[in-house]
Design a protein around this ligand. Structure first.
Ligand code: ARG
Length: 461
């Protein structure tokens, strides 16, 4: 049964119905649809637009439908056009006349705008919780690895020594900003569109402040046309989710590299790896690869919705129904990735010895050798040249800077003394870097204290 059959003389063509319907995907927010309807009729009754009996019949009818949907006693079968029609139809079947009064002073345009906002709000909270869990895990791993030396890279070439805690801390920062973005979006979107009607408000004396308050919004939206036509917040969220996916993807790329036979910096746990059907020796980082791969569909959803919205005249247009499948898929994808990623990190073995050995090779202390000369009065540009020659010499002999004799050092520059060895030791290179944000333990401990405070202050949105 269509909500709008009155004006029509023919049945909808079946293909048209199939193309037009949204029940197959908007049933995802049946809870929010019912929650919104309960708030709506509560307000209608308070305003004297609906009788107390009708309101009570509707509310208990809706609660019954919700309970039956939750337990599976009531199943959403194809037929209705959308979840809004489905709920209204069931309500009228169950409580009769009163059910037909549910939609007083409301349009599906403000209804769907509300449902999508309520659903999105819940999703933001879930995503924020998952980010929070990941940050907690990262922090734990950081504290365990304040002294785990490893090479830091630029251009994927060994650059300077850092610690694993410092490397993980970079991701801590990224995922913290991701939480910040979710919070910003939540703050901006949390205004209630209900009561905007189809586009021009209604002539009923609705109390929009009241419904907004019942539903936990900061207040009502202030322009009824914008209320039914705004999907900005979804595009913002798709943007924020794209950034989360990008951060996860970068991290996964590193884990995949670190997990190779050549690096062996980490070992992904058996429970988070898969094998090969033909090569018995294989243990593949499929989960990291899949998370990296899924980034594409999240970006895709963002571009798709931006494109859908770009030519739409005010106010509601059916094009906007396209927002749902895209956004739902992106939300489920990002949540799944966050969950799996956190599990993978928490079970992964970091091979401290391999990381440290790797840091010792590849001249990661060359900058420190140059700084040694600078501290002894050599201009930095000259020092750079001298150490370049040291590196050439080492490459020629297949040794590290630490392995050169003092005579070899002094043959290239007489400024070098016995204390050069201490100045370029891995420990010195890391621990002397104590400015805030640097990898030295002293600096890291301060930063970790700050991270702990941040996590304690804002558990979830
Ligand atoms: N399924 C529709 C959507 O997702 C609900 C709103 C329908 N409104 C309308 N005027 N046809 O956008």
């Amino acid at each position: 049964m269509k909500l709008w059959g009155g004006r029509f003389t023919k049945e909808t063509n079946q293909l048209v119905h199939n193309f037009n319907e949204s029940l197959s995907f908007d049933q995802k927010f049946y809870r929010q649809d019912i929650q919104g309807s309960i708030a709506h009729v509560t307000m209608l009754a308070k305003q004297g637009i609906l009788s107390q009996e009708d309101k009570e019949a509707i509310v208990s009818g809706l609660e019954g439908i919700l309970a039956d949907l939750e337990t599976g006693k009531l199943v959403i079968e194809p037929g209705a056009e959308d979840i809004h029609s489905f709920v209204e139809e069931k309500l009228t079947e169950r409580i009769g006349e009163a059910g037909k009064r549910l939609h007083t002073g409301r349009s599906r345009n403000d209804q769907v705008a509300l449902d999508m906002k309520l659903y999105t709000r819940d999703q933001i909270k879930e995503m924020d919780q998952l980010l929070y869990n990941l940050l907690e895990e990262l922090l734990k791993r950081m504290e365990e690895n304040l002294d785990t030396y490893m090479p830091g890279f630029t251009h994927l070439q060994k650059a300077q020594p850092i610690t694993l805690a410092h490397h993980l801390g970079a991701y801590f920062e990224m995922f913290s900003r991701d939480r910040g973005r979710l919070k910003d979006i939540y703050e901006r979107m949390n205004y209630c569109p209900l009561g905007s009607g189809a586009l021009a408000g209604t002539t009923y004396p609705l109390d929009r402040e009241y419904t907004a308050q019942l539903l936990g919004f900061y207040g009502p939206t202030l322009n009824s046309m914008d209320s039914v036509a705004d999907r900005d917040y979804l595009i913002e969220l798709l943007g924020a989710m794209s950034i989360i996916a990008m951060h996860l993807s970068r991290f996964c790329e590193e884990i995949i590299i670190w997990n190779t036979n050549e690096y062996q910096f980490v070992e992904i746990d058996d429970s988070y790896s898969t094998g090969s059907s033909i090569m018995p020796q294989k243990k593949n980082p499929d989960i990291a690869e899949l998370i990296r791969g899924k980034t594409g569909r999240v970006y895709g959803a963002m571009v798709a919705l931006l494109t859908t919205m770009k030519g739409l005249p005010l106010a509601y247009n059916k094009d906007m129904q396209e927002d749902k499948e895209l956004t739902f898929d992106a939300m489920d994808t990002v949540k799944g990735c966050l969950l799996l990623f956190t599990g993978m990190i928490s079970t992964m073995t970091f091979r401290k010895d391999v990381m440290e050995n790797s840091a010792k090779k590849g001249f990661t202390n060359a900058t420190d050798a140059a700084d040694y000369l600078v501290k002894h009065g050599v201009p930095f540009r000259d020092a750079h040249g001298i150490v370049g020659r040291l590196v050439l010499h080492c490459l020629d002999k297949g040794i590290a800077l630490d392995d050169m004799s003092l005579e070899e050092y002094q043959a290239i520059s007489p400024v070098f003394e016995e204390d050069i060895y201490d100045a370029i030791s891995l420990k010195t290179c890391v621990e002397k870097r104590t400015t805030i944000g640097a990898p030295g333990r002293e600096a890291m401990e301060q930063v970790i204290k700050e991270y702990k405070k941040q996590l304690a202050e804002r558990k979830v949105v």
